[in-house]
Design a protein around this ligand. Sequence first.
Ligand code: C2E
Ligand code: MG
Ligand code: MG
Length: 272
Amino acid sequence: MDDMNIDSLERLALENDLRKALKRREMLVYYQPLVDQSTGQIMSVEALARWQHPNLGMIYPAKFIPIAEETGLILPIGEWVLMTACSQAKAWHDEGFSTLRITVNLSVRQFKQQNFVNTVTRVLQATGLDPRLLELELTEGIVMQNSMDVLATLQELKALGISLSIDDFGIEYSSLSYLKRFPIDTIKIDRSFIRDIAINQDDAAIVTAIIAVAESLKLKVVAEGVENKDQAAFLRELHCNNIQGYLYSRPLAAIDMGLLLQKGTILNIENE
Ligand code: C2E
Ligand code: MG
Ligand code: MG
C-alpha cells in the first residue's frame, strides 16, 4: 500500500507497535538466494526484513520501512538486521557453505549516521563474519548525495573488505557518473526493467545498455525480479547470469534457506 494512503490513525498505531517490535522479538530476517543461472549455484543470499505483527500478521518492508525511516527506528532495526544476517551467514559458513555471501540493505539514514563504519566494524567483530563475504546494498539516493562524506564512508567500508552494490539501479537518476566516482562492485537492475524484458523493446534496450555500461566499467550485474524462463533466457543471451527472483526462490525463513543450501544447486521452479 502506498504510504500516503495509510489512514493516519492506523499509521500512528503501527508506529507505536513498531517501537516495541524489536524488544518483542517480532522482527524477522528472510533470505532470498541469488543464483548463477549457468550452474544453478547459490552465490549469495539477500537479507530482507519482515515484521511478524501479533494481530496483523506478516507486514512487508514497503509498509514499515518508510515509517522506520521517518521515525529514526530504522537505526536500531537496521542494525539488528545487519547483526542477525551476519551471524546467520557465519553459521552457514561454519556448516560448510564457506563461500556464501550475504547482502544487507541500507537506508540513507543509517548510512548518514556518524558512527556507521564503527557499527559495521562492531558487527563484524561480534559475529566473526569474514568481511569479504558481506555486501552492503546502497540506493541511488545514498550515492547521489554526492558529498565528500559519502565517498569517504564508502572508501572506509571498502577498506574493511566489504563489497558495495547499487540496488534498484535505473529508477531514480539517469546520471551514471557516480558509478565511476564511487568504489561500487555491483549494480542490481531494478525489477521494473526486468518484468517485460522479453516482450517490450524499450525495456530490452535499457537492460542491454545497463549491462554494457556495467561490463565496460567492470562492475558485476545482478538482475532482480526474474519470474519466468523467458526473462532468464533473455538475460542469458546478454551474459547476465546473476539472477534473483521468484523463478528460483522467494525469500525464505532462515531454516528453509538452510535446507535449500543443503540441496546444493537450485533449479528454477517455474514448472513445479
Ligand atoms: P530490494 O532490496 O530491491 O529487495 C527485493 C524485493 O523484491 C524484495 O521485496 C523481494 O521479495 C522482491 N522480489 C524478489 N524477487 C521477486 C520477483 O521475482 N518478483 C517480484 N514481484 N518481487 C520479487 P521485499 O522483501 O518486500 O522488500 C522490499 C524492499 O524493502 C527491498 O527491496 C528493500 O529496498 C527494502 N528492505 C527490505 N529489508 C530491508 C532492510 O533490512 N533495511 C532496509 N533499509 N530496507 C529493506
Ligand atoms: Mg536489496
Ligand atoms: Mg532491488
